[in-house]
Design a binder for this molecule. Sequence first.
Ligand code: ACO
Length: 434
Amino acid sequence: MSSNTETKTSASINIDGKQLDCPIVEGTEGERAIDISKLRAETGIITLDNGFVNTGSCTSAITFIDGEKGILRYRGYGIEELAEKSTFVEVAYLLINGKLANKTELDAFSQGLTKHSLLHEDMIHLFSGFPSTAHPMAILSSMTSSLSTYYPESHDTPSDEQVDLDIIRILSKLRTIAAFSYKKSIGQPLIYPDNSLTYCSNFLNMMFAVPTEPYEIDPDIVKVINQLLILHADHEQNCSTSTVRTVQSSGASMYAAVSAGISALWGPLHGGANQAVLDMLEGIRASGDDYKTFLGKVKDKKTNIRLMGFGHRVYKNFDPRAKILRQSCDTVLSKLGVSDPLLDLARGLEEEALKDEYFVSRNLYPNVDFYSGIIYKALNIPVDMFTVMFALGRIPGWLAHWKEQRDSGVKKIFRPRQIYTGANEQNYTTIDQR
Ligand code: ACO
């Protein structure tokens, strides 16, 4: 448990005539939790919480969210200010190291990212093994796992210096892998990293430059990419971050944990939502439905259709990231001179849903992914790369959590319990008697 928690009061639990006093743990923003770690040992009973809607799995000093008030802060700094004034590399440093870097620290961190951007040449052959239809999230996850084979010294118990080096390698090389997987999927020659470019410019260059003509990097686009990555950089104990922590708890390497995090992020209820939003908008347009008809289908429980990009496990008033992106969407599209009918459709859906009883009563608001897809589309980033963009943004968060858990010195493997609902003891019958 982090030292910034206090135990002031306790809660009494009475079960079968037995009373157990459980400490109430309080965090720095006044969040409170009942510590039930002794519950089973003392009473034989466990807690049951499907989807962990009410379960804190750890204490953490990285990110604070107040879902009711729409607050998101990394290491105490408001997301609005970071998105406006910072760069992604600065935010990555902040999340991982717990403080804003001074000039010397930031230069050293950036230089590390520049220096470690190349992949071992043998890895380039691995890209040829994937079919051209391979989803880039599958490539990103398997290549991250493959990276670990080149760094066996990172397994078991890496030193502090090794951990810092692995952090730099993962942040830098996954950007190269992401761009290479795109180039491979469209059959264009790979564009190698260019050490003269900053983190996001380098990524754009690897994605969009071709050897036959010059590619000019638009500083406004670099700014938007920085902003998108910052907004996705951490979100406390979400599905993929919890996955990273779970894998770390078994003692597996940073590469193994991040690869698992990427796989968890892929699902449409998590990072895959940005792709799902665009697919949904395209589908509505193709069907000729107007947004009211579509919302009618969403509200009809028999259809199992969800309004993708709406709703959040934690934000129940608004998602502060969505608010920032809604504004950026306007700026980017007008700067690029893009007029996208999907944006009008998205706006219509949002406006209608926000006054509809179904969505209002369930506290469903646009989340960060409602507008990110439209921006990515305007930047010519292909739809199946959207979740990869989310993953690139989330890497610092995963690394910060991996490191925080490792540095905490708590060596407790994540191992939830269950309530068994299967058959009672049965006698085995041999195959001829079944
Ligand atoms: N469209 C329609 N109905 C919805 C939606 C939606 N997008 N989201 C939730 N609901 C409804 C549910 O059907 C349920 O209704 P009921 O009470 O009548 O059964 C109620 O709202 C509560 O929904 P849950 O699924 O229990 O809410 P939970 O907090 O578990 O889920 C989630 C959050 C997964 C994000 C959900 O809102 C969802 O599926 N949204 C669409 C996918 C999406 O945009 N995901 C991105 C999340 S943000 C991120 O990962 C960066």
